[in-house]
Design a binder for this molecule. Structure first.
Ligand code: NAD
Ligand code: UDP
Length: 311
Protein backbone atom coordinates (compact mmCIF):
# COMPACT_ATOMS: atom_id res chain seq x y z
CA UNK A 1 0.00 0.00 0.00
CA UNK A 2 1.05 3.62 -0.64
CA UNK A 3 1.16 5.77 2.52
CA UNK A 4 1.46 9.54 2.81
CA UNK A 5 2.61 10.77 6.23
CA UNK A 6 2.75 14.42 7.27
CA UNK A 7 5.07 15.20 10.17
CA UNK A 8 7.25 12.30 9.04
CA UNK A 9 10.52 13.82 10.29
CA UNK A 10 9.12 14.26 13.80
CA UNK A 11 9.34 11.97 16.79
CA UNK A 12 6.25 9.76 16.32
CA UNK A 13 6.18 10.27 12.53
CA UNK A 14 9.66 8.82 12.02
CA UNK A 15 8.75 5.69 14.02
CA UNK A 16 5.53 5.34 12.02
CA UNK A 17 7.51 5.52 8.73
CA UNK A 18 9.82 2.80 10.01
CA UNK A 19 6.92 0.57 11.07
CA UNK A 20 5.02 0.89 7.77
CA UNK A 21 8.17 0.17 5.75
CA UNK A 22 8.86 -2.89 7.92
CA UNK A 23 5.29 -4.04 7.18
CA UNK A 24 6.11 -3.93 3.44
CA UNK A 25 4.43 -0.64 2.48
CA UNK A 26 5.69 2.36 0.50
CA UNK A 27 5.90 5.71 2.26
CA UNK A 28 6.11 9.33 1.16
CA UNK A 29 6.97 11.52 4.14
CA UNK A 30 6.18 15.25 4.23
CA UNK A 31 7.61 17.68 6.75
CA UNK A 32 8.57 21.35 6.84
CA UNK A 33 11.18 20.59 9.54
CA UNK A 34 9.88 23.28 11.90
CA UNK A 35 10.51 20.95 14.84
CA UNK A 36 11.38 17.71 13.06
CA UNK A 37 14.79 16.79 11.74
CA UNK A 38 16.22 14.99 8.73
CA UNK A 39 18.37 13.12 11.21
CA UNK A 40 15.24 11.25 12.39
CA UNK A 41 14.91 9.78 8.89
CA UNK A 42 18.59 9.45 7.98
CA UNK A 43 18.54 5.65 8.43
CA UNK A 44 15.68 5.40 5.88
CA UNK A 45 17.23 7.69 3.27
CA UNK A 46 18.33 4.85 0.99
CA UNK A 47 15.29 2.65 1.53
CA UNK A 48 13.81 1.73 -1.87
CA UNK A 49 10.21 2.22 -0.71
CA UNK A 50 10.77 5.50 1.15
CA UNK A 51 10.69 9.07 -0.18
CA UNK A 52 10.82 12.37 1.66
CA UNK A 53 9.61 15.80 0.54
CA UNK A 54 10.20 19.02 2.46
CA UNK A 55 6.78 20.65 2.40
CA UNK A 56 4.56 22.80 4.61
CA UNK A 57 1.13 21.13 4.77
CA UNK A 58 -0.62 24.48 5.10
CA UNK A 59 0.44 25.17 1.49
CA UNK A 60 -1.32 23.59 -1.51
CA UNK A 61 0.28 20.41 -2.80
CA UNK A 62 -0.17 18.66 -6.13
CA UNK A 63 1.08 15.09 -5.80
CA UNK A 64 1.40 12.66 -8.65
CA UNK A 65 0.36 9.13 -7.80
CA UNK A 66 -2.40 7.75 -5.68
CA UNK A 67 -2.34 7.02 -1.96
CA UNK A 68 -4.14 4.28 -0.05
CA UNK A 69 -3.61 5.88 3.31
CA UNK A 70 -3.03 9.48 4.46
CA UNK A 71 -1.70 10.08 7.99
CA UNK A 72 -1.80 13.64 9.31
CA UNK A 73 0.69 14.10 12.15
CA UNK A 74 2.13 17.50 11.19
CA UNK A 75 1.69 19.93 14.07
CA UNK A 76 3.70 21.79 16.62
CA UNK A 77 3.41 19.38 19.53
CA UNK A 78 5.27 20.48 22.66
CA UNK A 79 3.95 23.34 24.82
CA UNK A 80 7.22 25.26 24.36
CA UNK A 81 6.97 24.95 20.57
CA UNK A 82 3.27 25.69 20.15
CA UNK A 83 3.39 28.63 22.53
CA UNK A 84 6.28 29.98 20.44
CA UNK A 85 4.43 29.38 17.13
CA UNK A 86 0.71 29.85 17.89
CA UNK A 87 -0.33 30.87 14.35
CA UNK A 88 1.56 28.02 12.68
CA UNK A 89 -0.01 25.64 15.21
CA UNK A 90 -3.54 26.80 14.41
CA UNK A 91 -2.77 26.63 10.69
CA UNK A 92 -1.38 23.08 10.73
CA UNK A 93 -4.52 21.89 12.56
CA UNK A 94 -6.92 23.80 10.31
CA UNK A 95 -5.61 24.44 6.77
CA UNK A 96 -3.11 21.58 7.10
CA UNK A 97 -5.81 19.11 8.09
CA UNK A 98 -8.07 20.26 5.26
CA UNK A 99 -5.27 19.90 2.70
CA UNK A 100 -4.45 16.38 3.86
CA UNK A 101 -8.14 15.43 3.95
CA UNK A 102 -8.50 16.67 0.37
CA UNK A 103 -5.80 14.25 -0.76
CA UNK A 104 -7.61 11.40 1.04
CA UNK A 105 -10.92 12.41 -0.57
CA UNK A 106 -9.35 12.67 -4.05
CA UNK A 107 -7.75 9.24 -3.76
CA UNK A 108 -10.50 7.44 -1.83
CA UNK A 109 -7.78 6.84 0.77
CA UNK A 110 -8.14 6.11 4.45
CA UNK A 111 -7.22 9.04 6.71
CA UNK A 112 -5.91 9.21 10.27
CA UNK A 113 -5.33 12.39 12.27
CA UNK A 114 -3.29 12.51 15.47
CA UNK A 115 -5.39 14.49 17.89
CA UNK A 116 -4.59 14.87 21.56
CA UNK A 117 -5.64 14.54 25.18
CA UNK A 118 -5.51 18.37 25.15
CA UNK A 119 -9.00 18.19 23.61
CA UNK A 120 -10.11 17.47 27.18
CA UNK A 121 -8.36 20.65 28.41
CA UNK A 122 -8.01 20.79 32.18
CA UNK A 123 -10.46 17.90 32.63
CA UNK A 124 -13.23 17.86 35.18
CA UNK A 125 -13.79 14.13 34.62
CA UNK A 126 -11.15 11.59 35.51
CA UNK A 127 -9.95 9.41 33.89
CA UNK A 128 -10.84 10.85 30.47
CA UNK A 129 -13.31 8.84 28.38
CA UNK A 130 -13.84 9.66 24.69
CA UNK A 131 -17.43 10.75 25.37
CA UNK A 132 -16.24 13.56 27.69
CA UNK A 133 -16.43 16.91 25.83
CA UNK A 134 -13.66 18.55 27.79
CA UNK A 135 -12.90 21.74 29.68
CA UNK A 136 -10.85 23.87 27.28
CA UNK A 137 -10.12 27.57 27.73
CA UNK A 138 -10.76 28.80 24.16
CA UNK A 139 -8.73 31.98 24.62
CA UNK A 140 -6.01 30.73 26.97
CA UNK A 141 -2.32 30.32 26.11
CA UNK A 142 -2.75 26.66 25.13
CA UNK A 143 -5.84 27.33 23.03
CA UNK A 144 -3.73 27.58 19.84
CA UNK A 145 -3.00 23.86 20.21
CA UNK A 146 -6.20 22.63 21.86
CA UNK A 147 -8.54 24.43 19.47
CA UNK A 148 -6.48 23.53 16.40
CA UNK A 149 -6.87 19.87 17.31
CA UNK A 150 -10.56 20.23 18.13
CA UNK A 151 -11.01 21.89 14.74
CA UNK A 152 -9.01 19.08 13.11
CA UNK A 153 -11.35 16.54 14.69
CA UNK A 154 -14.43 18.49 13.55
CA UNK A 155 -13.09 18.83 9.98
CA UNK A 156 -12.25 15.13 9.89
CA UNK A 157 -15.79 14.22 10.99
CA UNK A 158 -17.22 16.62 8.38
CA UNK A 159 -15.19 14.94 5.61
CA UNK A 160 -16.34 11.57 6.86
CA UNK A 161 -20.01 12.57 7.10
CA UNK A 162 -20.18 14.69 3.93
CA UNK A 163 -17.74 12.88 1.59
CA UNK A 164 -17.62 9.43 3.19
CA UNK A 165 -13.86 9.57 3.88
CA UNK A 166 -12.88 6.53 5.97
CA UNK A 167 -11.25 8.44 8.80
CA UNK A 168 -9.84 7.73 12.24
CA UNK A 169 -9.15 10.12 15.09
CA UNK A 170 -6.44 9.13 17.58
CA UNK A 171 -6.48 11.08 20.84
CA UNK A 172 -2.87 10.65 21.86
CA UNK A 173 -1.81 11.05 25.51
CA UNK A 174 1.78 11.88 26.56
CA UNK A 175 4.14 9.73 24.50
CA UNK A 176 7.93 9.53 24.79
CA UNK A 177 10.95 7.69 23.42
CA UNK A 178 13.97 7.98 21.17
CA UNK A 179 13.94 10.83 18.61
CA UNK A 180 12.10 13.28 20.83
CA UNK A 181 13.88 16.59 20.45
CA UNK A 182 16.11 16.99 23.50
CA UNK A 183 15.28 20.68 23.88
CA UNK A 184 11.56 20.68 23.06
CA UNK A 185 10.69 21.37 26.68
CA UNK A 186 8.45 18.36 27.26
CA UNK A 187 8.96 16.82 30.67
CA UNK A 188 10.62 13.56 29.56
CA UNK A 189 13.43 15.10 27.47
CA UNK A 190 13.70 18.05 29.90
CA UNK A 191 14.31 15.82 32.94
CA UNK A 192 16.60 13.43 31.03
CA UNK A 193 18.63 16.33 29.63
CA UNK A 194 18.92 17.85 33.11
CA UNK A 195 19.87 14.48 34.65
CA UNK A 196 22.51 13.79 31.99
CA UNK A 197 24.08 17.17 32.71
CA UNK A 198 23.83 16.77 36.51
CA UNK A 199 21.50 19.80 36.64
CA UNK A 200 18.50 20.12 39.01
CA UNK A 201 15.17 18.73 37.77
CA UNK A 202 12.76 21.61 37.18
CA UNK A 203 9.28 20.83 38.46
CA UNK A 204 6.62 23.30 37.36
CA UNK A 205 4.15 24.06 40.16
CA UNK A 206 4.17 21.79 43.22
CA UNK A 207 4.45 18.61 41.16
CA UNK A 208 1.04 17.23 42.19
CA UNK A 209 -0.28 17.43 38.60
CA UNK A 210 -0.50 13.97 37.02
CA UNK A 211 0.40 12.49 33.65
CA UNK A 212 0.96 8.99 32.28
CA UNK A 213 3.63 8.14 29.74
CA UNK A 214 3.29 5.82 26.75
CA UNK A 215 6.37 4.43 25.01
CA UNK A 216 6.53 5.18 21.30
CA UNK A 217 6.49 1.57 20.02
CA UNK A 218 3.21 1.01 21.89
CA UNK A 219 1.80 4.24 20.43
CA UNK A 220 2.74 3.33 16.85
CA UNK A 221 1.19 -0.11 17.30
CA UNK A 222 -2.02 1.55 18.53
CA UNK A 223 -2.07 3.94 15.57
CA UNK A 224 -1.59 1.12 13.05
CA UNK A 225 -4.37 -0.93 14.64
CA UNK A 226 -6.70 2.07 14.74
CA UNK A 227 -5.99 2.88 11.10
CA UNK A 228 -7.43 -0.44 9.98
CA UNK A 229 -10.47 -0.33 12.26
CA UNK A 230 -13.98 0.72 11.29
CA UNK A 231 -14.30 3.14 14.21
CA UNK A 232 -14.87 6.73 13.05
CA UNK A 233 -15.21 8.44 16.44
CA UNK A 234 -12.14 9.40 18.52
CA UNK A 235 -10.17 6.70 20.32
CA UNK A 236 -7.83 7.39 23.25
CA UNK A 237 -4.33 5.96 22.93
CA UNK A 238 -2.02 6.28 25.92
CA UNK A 239 -0.73 4.55 28.98
CA UNK A 240 -3.15 4.50 31.92
CA UNK A 241 -0.32 4.21 34.52
CA UNK A 242 -0.76 7.63 36.14
CA UNK A 243 1.81 9.37 38.34
CA UNK A 244 2.42 12.83 39.71
CA UNK A 245 5.22 14.87 38.17
CA UNK A 246 6.96 14.72 41.56
CA UNK A 247 6.78 10.90 41.46
CA UNK A 248 8.05 11.02 37.90
CA UNK A 249 11.04 13.12 39.01
CA UNK A 250 11.74 10.50 41.72
CA UNK A 251 11.72 7.75 39.06
CA UNK A 252 14.23 9.75 37.03
CA UNK A 253 16.42 10.17 40.10
CA UNK A 254 16.17 6.42 40.80
CA UNK A 255 17.24 5.65 37.24
CA UNK A 256 19.91 8.31 36.74
CA UNK A 257 21.21 9.76 40.00
CA UNK A 258 19.60 9.66 43.46
CA UNK A 259 21.36 12.90 44.40
CA UNK A 260 19.91 15.14 41.69
CA UNK A 261 18.34 18.21 43.31
CA UNK A 262 14.79 19.28 42.47
CA UNK A 263 13.82 22.92 41.98
CA UNK A 264 10.29 24.26 41.74
CA UNK A 265 9.31 26.79 39.06
CA UNK A 266 5.97 28.50 38.30
CA UNK A 267 3.23 26.36 36.80
CA UNK A 268 2.37 27.46 33.23
CA UNK A 269 -1.17 28.83 32.64
CA UNK A 270 -3.89 26.22 32.09
CA UNK A 271 -1.49 23.31 32.72
CA UNK A 272 -3.90 20.36 33.20
CA UNK A 273 -3.97 19.21 36.84
CA UNK A 274 -4.89 15.59 36.08
CA UNK A 275 -4.60 13.43 33.03
CA UNK A 276 -5.11 9.72 32.50
CA UNK A 277 -6.64 7.99 29.51
CA UNK A 278 -9.50 5.57 29.86
CA UNK A 279 -8.42 3.03 27.24
CA UNK A 280 -11.41 0.68 27.55
CA UNK A 281 -12.43 1.53 23.97
CA UNK A 282 -8.98 0.83 22.50
CA UNK A 283 -8.78 -2.45 24.44
CA UNK A 284 -12.20 -3.54 23.19
CA UNK A 285 -12.01 -2.35 19.57
CA UNK A 286 -8.32 -2.79 18.80
CA UNK A 287 -7.20 -5.42 21.31
CA UNK A 288 -4.55 -2.83 22.23
CA UNK A 289 -2.88 -1.81 25.44
CA UNK A 290 0.64 -0.56 26.21
CA UNK A 291 3.25 -3.23 26.92
CA UNK A 292 6.44 -1.29 27.70
CA UNK A 293 6.83 -0.23 31.33
CA UNK A 294 8.19 3.20 32.25
CA UNK A 295 11.62 2.05 33.44
CA UNK A 296 12.31 0.02 30.27
CA UNK A 297 11.09 2.84 28.02
CA UNK A 298 13.15 5.44 29.86
CA UNK A 299 16.28 3.26 29.61
CA UNK A 300 15.90 3.08 25.81
CA UNK A 301 15.33 6.84 25.67
CA UNK A 302 18.40 7.57 27.81
CA UNK A 303 20.48 5.32 25.53
CA UNK A 304 19.32 7.39 22.56
CA UNK A 305 20.06 10.76 24.17
CA UNK A 306 23.50 9.57 25.30
CA UNK A 307 24.38 8.44 21.77
CA UNK A 308 23.13 11.68 20.19
CA UNK A 309 25.95 13.54 18.53
CA UNK A 310 25.60 17.34 18.74
CA UNK A 311 23.37 18.57 15.85
P1 NAD B 1 7.10 16.38 16.69
O1 NAD B 1 7.24 17.85 16.88
O2 NAD B 1 8.32 15.55 16.93
O3 NAD B 1 6.54 16.04 15.24
C1 NAD B 1 5.67 16.88 14.54
C2 NAD B 1 6.23 17.07 13.14
O4 NAD B 1 5.35 17.89 12.37
C3 NAD B 1 7.59 17.77 13.13
O5 NAD B 1 8.51 17.01 12.37
C4 NAD B 1 7.31 19.12 12.46
O6 NAD B 1 8.44 19.62 11.76
C5 NAD B 1 6.14 18.76 11.57
N1 NAD B 1 5.31 19.92 11.20
C6 NAD B 1 4.75 20.86 12.00
N2 NAD B 1 4.04 21.73 11.27
C7 NAD B 1 4.15 21.35 9.96
C8 NAD B 1 3.66 21.86 8.75
N3 NAD B 1 2.88 22.94 8.69
N4 NAD B 1 3.97 21.18 7.60
C9 NAD B 1 4.73 20.08 7.62
N5 NAD B 1 5.24 19.56 8.76
C10 NAD B 1 4.96 20.19 9.92
O7 NAD B 1 5.92 15.89 17.65
P2 NAD B 1 5.35 14.43 17.95
O8 NAD B 1 5.36 14.25 19.40
O9 NAD B 1 5.99 13.41 17.07
O10 NAD B 1 3.83 14.62 17.53
C11 NAD B 1 3.27 14.00 16.36
C12 NAD B 1 1.76 14.20 16.38
O11 NAD B 1 1.19 13.56 17.53
C13 NAD B 1 1.33 15.67 16.44
O12 NAD B 1 0.17 15.83 15.66
C14 NAD B 1 0.99 15.87 17.91
O13 NAD B 1 0.05 16.90 18.09
C15 NAD B 1 0.42 14.50 18.28
N6 NAD B 1 0.52 14.23 19.71
C16 NAD B 1 1.72 13.91 20.28
C17 NAD B 1 1.79 13.67 21.65
C18 NAD B 1 3.07 13.27 22.34
O14 NAD B 1 3.07 13.13 23.58
N7 NAD B 1 4.17 13.04 21.65
C19 NAD B 1 0.63 13.80 22.44
C20 NAD B 1 -0.56 14.16 21.81
C21 NAD B 1 -0.62 14.36 20.45
N1 UDP C 1 6.83 19.92 33.43
C1 UDP C 1 7.68 20.12 34.51
N2 UDP C 1 8.98 20.45 34.25
C2 UDP C 1 9.48 20.57 32.98
C3 UDP C 1 8.59 20.36 31.90
C4 UDP C 1 7.27 20.04 32.16
O1 UDP C 1 7.28 20.02 35.68
O2 UDP C 1 10.67 20.86 32.83
C5 UDP C 1 5.42 19.56 33.73
C6 UDP C 1 4.40 20.39 32.97
O3 UDP C 1 4.09 21.56 33.69
C7 UDP C 1 3.23 19.43 32.89
C8 UDP C 1 3.90 18.04 32.81
O4 UDP C 1 5.24 18.23 33.28
O5 UDP C 1 2.45 19.48 34.06
C9 UDP C 1 3.95 17.48 31.39
O6 UDP C 1 4.46 18.50 30.55
P1 UDP C 1 4.80 18.31 29.01
O7 UDP C 1 5.33 19.61 28.54
O8 UDP C 1 5.64 17.11 28.81
O9 UDP C 1 3.41 17.99 28.30
P2 UDP C 1 1.88 18.35 28.61
O10 UDP C 1 1.35 17.13 29.25
O11 UDP C 1 1.78 19.54 29.48
O12 UDP C 1 1.35 18.61 27.24
Amino acid sequence: MEHLISGAAGFIGSHLCERLLADGHSVLGLDNLITGSRRNLAHLANHSRFRFMEHDVTQPLELAGRFDHVWHLASLASPKEYLGHPIETLESGSTGTRNMLEIARRDGARFLVTSTSECYGDPLEHPQVETYWGNVNPVGMRSCYDESKRYAEAMTMAYHRYYGVRSNIARIFNTYGPRMALKDGRVVPAFLDQALQGQPLTIFGDGTQTRSFCYVSDMVDGLVRLASSDERMPVNLGNPAELTILEFAERIRGLMNEKLPIVFEPLPDDDPKKRRPDITKARRLLGWEPKVNLEDGLRETVKYFKALAPA
